[in-house]
Design a protein around this ligand. Structure first.
Ligand code: URP
Ligand code: ZN
Ligand code: ZN
Length: 480
């Protein structure tokens, strides 16, 4: 079955051209002006609109069991919400309990993800260190299409790893040609401050932000950058939310260290005032880690995107309903951490980024899709409108507006962090694997239509970074 996207302007990360896009099956066949429709082709009218690579969200947690609760969007509803907003692929996190098998965890996640409506892949978390972890990192890269491993420097007593684990794991990933993802918050400091706040009787959601001040993130970001620098390994820091961490990444990059940074759409436009709500459930709905920050951090994050210190945008979509958040009514440390927004990321980035002149449409494509595809080694299959690429396409109406609301969103969660925000720029049509799955407000997702996307490890030159630094091949001094 072929689809012809007709009359639009194709916007890739590098160039915009007036062209039609012909799709055959799940691949793009041709990108050229005035393509004659093949017999029986479905025509998608893109007149006056932009035709862009579907968004890739590099950070989601569908149906994650976390802090005693299961996130309410599963792989079907979560990817469906993404498609309604122009996101055609997610990279979720397979997170084993410390000591559990990473390969078995990958298998568990692939069973959960069978119902996905859009393409998906998994980063796999390293939550402890052992010979088995060393071996399984090798198996996952060789046989399961995994090229990225996640580490939590926060969540003490649960998922947190110490510097020893980071050293082992980042070194092992370098050896394999994989990249490590890091949640950078000092978990010991957070725990310490949580206990002090609780002891002083501050137990509401506002204490969540107080227990994780910017320095907690800045310290952890600098520490992991230093560790990766010792090893000569690239790293990717997830959900950067502070000026401190952004500047640490920028400094590292300026000295030639390969450090990538991801920012969440939420952190770019929401601030810490959300925790001052007099309504407990509203304040709790914004509890996520890292928390929302003082406004000046937003400026630093935008600057990070514009200057290239930060390369990708994500959502960390991990949603819990009010009764689940209420588990922390008496104690903020028990509020399950997480917020949503997979459906809204592209609109938020367009409205507040392109709409304000901070970024160009091409830069928008780069930070919502192409950079993620390149960093996680699935480019040009994903992140590009070109012959041979996957037919994951969003037809973007740059002039239409909508008001974001829980009443109209497609996620299962009972709250929208952007409630009432009017945004200009929306997905008019979304094509996933060659199928028109979102058109003029009509969501036509198919359970199980998504496929697992293997991400091969990087070839030898990537692995040679440590060797180039003289770190991977130390030599003993020869003495008589
Ligand atoms: O609050 C968050 N971010 N929840 C999901 C887990 C994580 O830290 O990414
Ligand atoms: Zn995190
Ligand atoms: Zn996360």
């Amino acid at each position: 079955m072929s689809v012809l996207v007709q009359g639009g302007t194709v916007v890739n990360a590098d160039i915009s051209v007036r062209a039609d896009v012909l799709i055959d099956g799940d691949k793009i066949m041709q990108v050229a002006p005035d393509i004659s429709p093949p017999t029986g082709a479905k025509i998608v009218d893109a007149g006056g609109m932009l035709v862009m690579p579907g968004g890739i969200d590099p950070h989601t947690h569908m149906e994650l069991m976390f802090m005693g609760q299961v996130a309410v969007d599963d792989f079907f509803t979560g990817t469906g919400a993404g498609l309604a907003g122009g996101t055609t692929m997610i990279i979720d996190f397979a997170i084993p309990a410390p000591g559990a098998s990473m390969v078995e965890c990958w298998k568990d996640w692939s069973v959960k993800a069978e119902k996905a409506a859009a393409d998906y892949s998994f980063h796999v978390a390293v939550t402890s260190w052992s010979d088995k972890v060393h071996e399984e990192m090798g198996i996952l890269t060789r046989d399961y299409g995994v090229n990225s491993f996640k580490h939590f420097m926060a969540y003490k007593g649960a998922l947190m790893v110490d510097d020893g684990v980071l050293l082992h794991s980042i070194g092992r990933a370098l050896e394999l040609g994989a990249i490590c993802n890091i949640h950078a918050e000092n978990g010991d400091a957070v725990f310490h401050m949580q206990q002090k706040l609780l002891a002083s009787g501050i137990a509401g959601p506002e204490a969540h932000a107080l227990s994780r001040p910017p320095g907690v993130e800045g310290e952890a970001a600098q520490r992991v950058i230093a560790i990766a620098g010792l090893l000569g390994a690239p790293i990717y820091i997830v959900h950067v939310s502070t000026q401190e961490a952004t500047e640490a990444i920028a400094r590292a990059r300026a000295t030639g260290q390969r450090v990538y940074g991801e920012v969440l759409a939420q952190h770019l436009v929401l601030d810490e005032s959300v925790y001052q709500s007099k309504h407990w459930a509203t304040a709790a709905a914004y509890v996520m880690s890292p928390p929302f920050r003082a406004k000046h951090h937003q400026q630093a994050l935008w600057a990070g995107l514009v200057s290239g210190a930060l390369q990708t945008t994500a959502t960390d979509h991990c949603v819990f309903c009010a009764p689940q958040k209420a588990m922390g009514r008496q104690d903020f440390t028990k509020i399950p951490n997480g917020t949503g927004g997979i459906e809204d990321r592209l609109s938020i980035l367009w409205h507040h980024g392109v709409g304000t002149g901070r970024i160009t449409p091409n830069e928008f494509v780069r930070i919502t899709s192409t950079n993620t595809a390149q960093i996680f080694n699935i480019f040009p299959r994903k992140g590009l409108i070109a012959p041979g690429s996957d037919a994951d396409v969003v037809v973007w109406d740059a002039h239409a507006s909508r008001t974001i609301s829980v009443k109209t969103h497609h996620s299962q969660v009972d709250f929208n962090v952007y409630e009432g925000m009017e945004v200009t720029g929306l997905a008019r049509h979304t094509i996933s694997r060659g199928n028109l799955v979102w058109t003029d407000g009509d969501l036509r997702t198919v359970r199980g239509a998504g496929r697992y996307v293997e991400r091969p490890v990087f070839p030898a030159p990537f692995r040679a970074i440590g060797i180039a630094n003289g770190l991977a091949a130390p030599k003993a001094v020869t003495r008589p």
